[in-house]
Design a protein around this ligand. Structure first.
Ligand SMILES: Cc1ncc(COP(=O)(O)O)c(C=O)c1O
Length: 405
């Protein structure tokens, strides 16, 4: 396929040699969370055995080491997306990052914010809730090919303060032209938030090139532990935001009558943080850099093309993803007449892990696609062509046996 040594890479992921229901695990649920390499797993142990202390607060030597490790992780994240370290706020996950913006942003009654029909609930519910404060929430429609209505962005409603949009859909696989959306939204005076939870783990990503104002993503989808995520906030914008949480280490000075807050990123990191998570994310980034994100993207595109090519052989299978101009890594489908949970259950008996249901995108699946759920196989760079063959063959068996013709 290309010059990536997948067999060698797979040895770095201990769980990939596990058996499930008597069969080798074929892990095709990467959009839900990725597996972790030994470099990350062992690194967390190393952190607790050698570095553990509460960073930033204490001044003893061990705490200084912890501070160095924590800020070092921030520098790695910044370099990975071509940002500056002070633009990187550590949060729990993409969900928290987007909620933070929805609280911190200085919206006024009558303002508009837009999101889209193809969003994960994480980039939908924080905005829908703003309706309670008299803010207008506009939902951008999608075509039958799962493309966003780009005309909407060309003429944003007056008073649009923020455009929120996913870079890559976790259901349709669509990759949106977020650079163009950002450019035209900026021209009309709106800021832009990009949900990059399904893109940053899979492709090179340059915040300066895209020029968005907020970017949210989760560590656990890119080899890092659970409970660590990132909110990028463009430098000049942070000063207009209110803190989301208040408490320890986000202040410069406190008296009972006056509080002077810290600057970003500390302003948005109240309380003791997930330090080992940040450290683990730094190690995950080291690992991804070693492979090269360009290689990850290229290999995953090849795998995706191979999967879609093989899927053409399937009968009694409806495919929902992959119709847009750009898409990758996601294959959403149903065996006709079979609920997605049943399909997932039957594949699991063969050791194949996929996801089924609404994928935290219920308005998209239920209202727009008129489905009661969908099955989804999602790829990462450690998957192989052989795994795809097994998946397609088993899916074919299920479709032949249970599918409605
Ligand atoms: C597109 C998209 N955005 C946001 C999220 C939320 O990620 P998390 O649950 O890690 O906050 C997901 C998770 O699947 C997602 O696919």
């Amino acid at each position: 396929m290309n010059n990536m040594d997948i067999e060698k890479i797979r040895k770095d992921f201990p769980i990939l040699s596990k058996k499930i229901n008597g069969n080798p695990l074929i892990y095709l649920d990467n959009a839900a969370t990725s597996q972790k390499p030994s470099a990350v797993i062992d690194g967390i142990k190393y952190f607790y055995e050698n570095i553990n202390a509460n960073p930033i607060r204490s001044i003893h030597s061990l705490a200084e080491e912890a501070t160095k490790a924590y800020n070092g992780a921030r520098e790695k994240v910044a370099a990975f997306i071509n940002a500056d370290p002070e633009e990187i706020v550590f949060v729990r996950n993409a969900t928290e990052a987007i909620n933070l913006v929805s609280f911190a942003f200085p919206f006024k009654e009558g303002d508009h914010v837009s999101t889209t029909y193809m969003e994960h609930h994480s980039n939908l519910l924080p905005w829908l809730r703003l309706r309670e404060k008299g803010i207008n929430v506009d939902i951008v429609s999608i075509s039958d090919d799962y493309e966003l209505d780009m005309d909407y962005y060309k003429q944003l409603p007056k008073n649009t303060r923020l455009v929120a949009v996913t870079h890559a859909s976790n259901v349709t696989g669509t990759i949106n032209d977020v650079k163009e959306i950002t450019r035209i939204s900026h021209e009309q005076g709106s800021l832009v938030l990009i949900d990059a939870a399904q893109s940053i783990p899979h492709m090179p990503f340059d915040v300066k090139d895209i020029d968005a104002d907020f970017i949210a993503f989760s560590g656990h989808k890119m080899l890092a532990p659970f409970g660590i995520g990132v909110l990028y906030i463009k430098k000049d914008i942070a000063e207009n935001l209110k803190p989301f949480l208040t408490g320890g280490e986000m202040i410069k000075d406190v008296s009972l009558s006056k509080v002077i807050y810290e600057n970003a990123p500390n302003l948005f990191e109240a309380g003791t943080q997930n330090v080992e998570g940040a450290y683990g994310l730094g190690l995950a980034i080291d690992y991804l850099n070693k492979i090269g994100m360009g290689n990850v993207e290229k290999y995953e595109n090849e795998l995706t093309n191979y999967l879609y090519e093989r899927a053409k052989e399937l009968k009694n299978v409806e495919v929902y993803s992959g119709k847009s101009k750009a898409f990758s890594g996601i294959f959403s489908f149903n065996v006709s007449g079979l609920h997605s949970h049943d399909t997932a259950y039957l594949l699991d008996k063969k050791g194949i892990a996929i996801r089924s249901g609404f994928h935290c995108a219920q308005p998209l699946i239920e209202d727009r696609l008129k489905l009661d759920g969908a099955a989804r196989a999602s790829l990462y760079f450690y998957n192989t062509k052989e795994e795809i063959d097994t998946f397609i063959n088993e899916l074919n068996n299920i479709a032949e046996k249970y599918g409605r013709r």
